[in-house]
Design a protein around this ligand. Structure first.
Ligand SMILES: [Zn+2]
Length: 243
């Protein structure tokens, strides 16, 4: 069997492992990380065992090497030493540059590595048997999308993602939802953000103004909007500034 993402602490990973073990004693052959953000990889340590391979985007080892220490410091500040000190960064050793199929016997998982979008190491997992897409943070529902890769890349990825013949999606944040309808709100948000940032750039507005007002029309539709939108706008602005 395979586990997809492991949570934001070793304890979270252990709880996930216990939940798995309450249902099955099958060996865990693969732990797949959909990208390198701490809330998806910090539980990896709980799954280190003989015969378990860690799987990720070919860019993920480098991303974790570069940003892992910063993530640890940051999460330690937010969540406390008790929870974060036991965390070990466990990078993938089975790497995906394009596509890879994992055969689990009764189930085939189609993995696909994407160019920068939500992050620089986005990987999706499509369970062909149940037609379930595990989208990682390429799909946000309710929680405002967080952009740490490329806004143009992300919008391009959504176009291709949409053609995956899934019936439902497990998003990185938010509830399991029908596919591809689940993409609509996120696409609208990203398009509004990109359009507003481009308009501000054309008018020569300073970055602070951009951060304040880009995608403001989207505020009512999202949780945690004020925690992330300004940062998204700033990142999008840096990306398109010299278009
Ligand atoms: Zn993420």
């Amino acid at each position: 069997m395979a586990v997809i993402d492991t949570g934001g602490s070793l304890r979270g990973g252990e709880a996930l492992l216990a939940a798995v073990r309450a249902r099955t004693s099958k060996p865990i052959r693969y732990v797949i990380n959909t990208h390198g953000h701490p809330d998806h990889v910090f539980g990896n340590g709980a799954f280190v065992a003989e015969g378990t391979s860690f799987v990720g985007h070919s860019k993920l080892p480098q991303a974790l090497a570069t940003r892992g220490p910063y993530y640890l410091d940051n999460f330690r500040r937010i969540m406390g030493s008790d929870l974060i000190d036991p965390v070990k960064i466990v990078p993938p050793t089975l790497l995906v540059t394009d596509t890879l199929t994992l055969d689990l016997g009764s189930r085939r998982l189609a993995l696909r590595a994407w160019s920068p979008g939500h992050s620089d190491s986005d990987l999706t997992v499509f369970d062909e048997t149940t037609k379930t897409l595990f989208a990682g943070d390429l799909v946000f529902l309710r929680h405002v999308p967080v952009m740490d890769g490329s806004i143009r890349g992300w919008l391009g990825t959504l176009k291709e993602l949409e053609s995956i013949p899934a019936q439902r999606v497990v998003p990185g944040h938010g509830p399991v939802s029908e596919w591809p309808g689940a993409l609509a709100n996120e696409r609208r948000y990203l398009m509004a953000l990109l359009a507003d940032v481009r308009a501000s750039n054309k008018k020569g507005e300073p970055i602070r103004t951009v951060a304040d007002k880009a995608a403001a029309s989207e505020r009512p539709h999202w949780e945690l909007f004020d925690d992330y939108n300004a940062r998204n706008a700033t990142a999008a602005f840096s990306e398109i500034e010299w278009e």
